[in-house]
Design a protein around this ligand. Structure first.
Ligand SMILES: Cc1cc2nc3c(=O)[nH]c(=O)nc-3n(C[C@H](O)[C@H](O)[C@H](O)COP(=O)(O)OP(=O)(O)OC[C@H]3O[C@@H](n4cnc5c(N)ncnc54)[C@H](O)[C@@H]3O)c2cc1C
Ligand code: SF4
Ligand code: SF4
Length: 440
């Protein structure tokens, strides 16, 4: 039986909702209303609406929620390798954070700790600047080594049996792969940030197959949002249930954007070193680079910014608003800006503090930190929703792939619809013509 027309009907319903300006929290009814009638081939919709228009942020939620392994994952996006296996469950579209905003219910489902404040960077109970007391972890960590300390503490105390995070590539340490970690050595080897895209959550499938739980997931905000959509999908099937029951701690890393592998190639060329000698990159308003021989170099963020990943334009979350604990490198150098959001986060944090594994400073010691996190978060929160943004080919046509500076014309308080895409840059003048014009 040819059921393709059903997919088209759902897509039409979805587009009608978008065009009529329906509440974005209702967009998901375009597919949920079909579920009780037997479903439709959701993989086709995901490809048409998200992947083929170049709007996929690569979170891998569709890949890891699919109960029949329809997808492979390559070049930071899903590939519908076995689409005929689709069982019409709709989980992939329901988990995708690009098709619609994350479900409103998620805020209550993740168990935010009361009293909840929101000062512009998502609901949270309390926060501090923190640093691991074990010097090596603090020094080897990206900022204060807090993420590493949390994971090691969980594994040592037995509150965690595994960690979904990532490992760096030996030949190009600024690129990484997802990894299921079960030992302290693996956690330590994976520490520090790689500012390229590392799809940590792909390792969820291995964790589920091996039934490794309780599990912590570390991820940038797009991955956190994907995990939460998987855990709390209203389509109650076994895979979603496993994630709901067994992911005990979600640690979110703040993120403005990530960068492409070409950016690392460019840095290596600029610095005249092999890529394997770039041991760390940190972005603090400028690009700070550590080399294997101990040298430290700096490059302008404007120059490196050309290699920002175009897909990151479709991301609305800076501060991992749906994580149990949010971590960032803002405020005091060498310390991690730490936000405790949920009861689960509070439990893990208090255990760490009680055992003296971290030292802390109040946010008041550097008040600019909170302001900056709020500013960066609000900037992303207020973008138009990805479904309402231009596609990648449309952006290519106007010559602007920059995820950070794509829009202008918006002021706080205006509707997100008042964003205007930046005009294309003027065509480059040929040198001789430019000289003649200048002389005139
Ligand atoms: C792509 C990217 C962009 C970021 N942008 C910002 C930003 O704009 N502002 C800000 O304040 N902070 C940003 N961060 C977060 C910051 O770099 C630190 O990760 C955070 O402060 C925690 O530091 P730590 O010393 O406690 O972490 P560590 O103890 O060093 O642990 C780091 C953890 O991050 C995991 N990891 C490494 N690279 C990646 C990756 N690419 N994707 C997913 N997980 C990864 C590791 O596996 C490890 O578990 C970004 C991080 C990443 C990965
Ligand atoms: S954004 Fe995530 S869930 Fe959506 S298509 Fe891309 S990888 Fe899949
Ligand atoms: S900005 Fe960061 S969190 Fe958002 S899509 Fe890009 S890598 Fe993911």
């Amino acid at each position: 039986m040819d059921l393709d027309h059903l997919t088209k009907e759902v897509q039409e319903r979805y587009h009608t909702l978008l065009e009529e300006g329906a509440d974005p929290n209702e967009w998901a009814y375009a597919w949920r209303s079909e579920y009780n009638r037997g479903g439709f081939k959701a993989v086709d919709m995901l490809m048409d609406e998200v992947v083929n228009p170049g709007k996929c942020i690569g979170c891998a939620a569709c890949v890891t929620i699919c109960p029949v392994d329809v997808f492979d994952y390559a070049e930071e996006k899903p590939v519908a390798a076995r689409e005929n296996a689709c069982v019409y469950c709709e989980l992939c579209v329901d988990a995708c954070p690009v098709l619609r905003p994350t479900d409103q219910d998620i805020k209550s489902q993740i168990g935010l700790m009361e009293p909840v404040k929101d000062e512009g960077f998502g609901g949270y109970a309390y926060g501090v600047y923190a640093r691991a007391t074990e010097k090596v972890w603090a020094e080897n960590g990206q900022d204060g080594g807090v993420c590493t300390a949390l994971l090691l503490h969980g594994l040592k105390s037995g509150t965690l049996k595994g960690v979904v995070a990532g490992e760096e590539h030996a030949e190009n340490p600024q690129m990484g792969s997802s990894m299921l970690q079960t030992t302290a050595e693996q956690v330590l080897a994976g520490a520090r940030s790689r500012y390229t895209y590392q799809p940590n959550t792909l390792a969820l499938v291995e964790a589920m197959k091996k039934n490794i739980a309780p599990l912590a997931v570390v991820g940038v905000p797009c991955q956190v949002d994907g995990v939460r959509q998987q855990q709390h999908s209203s389509i109650r099937l076994d895979v979603a249930e496993w994630y709901r029951q067994n992911i005990g701690l979600v640690i979110g890393l703040f993120c403005s954007e990530s960068f492409t592998e070409k950016g690392i190639d460019w840095l290596a060329e600029e610095l005249e070193v092999p890529k394997k000698d770039i041991t760390n990159i940190n972005i603090k308003g400028r690009v700070e680079i550590k080399l294997r021989d101990g040298r430290e170099e700096v490059k302008s963020l404007k120059a490196f910014g050309k290699y920002a990943r175009p897909a990151c334009l479709y991301c609305m979350d800076y501060s991992a608003e749906n994580a149990d604990i949010g971590l960032g490198g803002i405020g005091i150098d060498g310390w991690t800006f730490t936000v405790i959001r949920t009861e689960a986060g509070h439990k893990a944090w208090q255990a760490l503090v009680a055992d003296g594994w971290v030292e802390t400073k109040e946010f008041d010691e550097e008040p600019k930190g909170k302001d900056l996190v709020a500013r960066l978060s609000i900037y992303k929160r207020n973008r138009p929703l990805p479904a309402l943004m231009p596609t990648l080919p449309e952006r290519e046509a106007i010559g602007n792939l920059d995820p950070k500076n794509y829009y202008r014309g918006w002021e706080p308080g205006n509707s997100p619809r008042e964003w205007r895409p930046l005009p294309p840059p003027p065509p480059k003048k040929k040198k001789a013509a430019a000289k003649k014009e200048d002389a005139a």
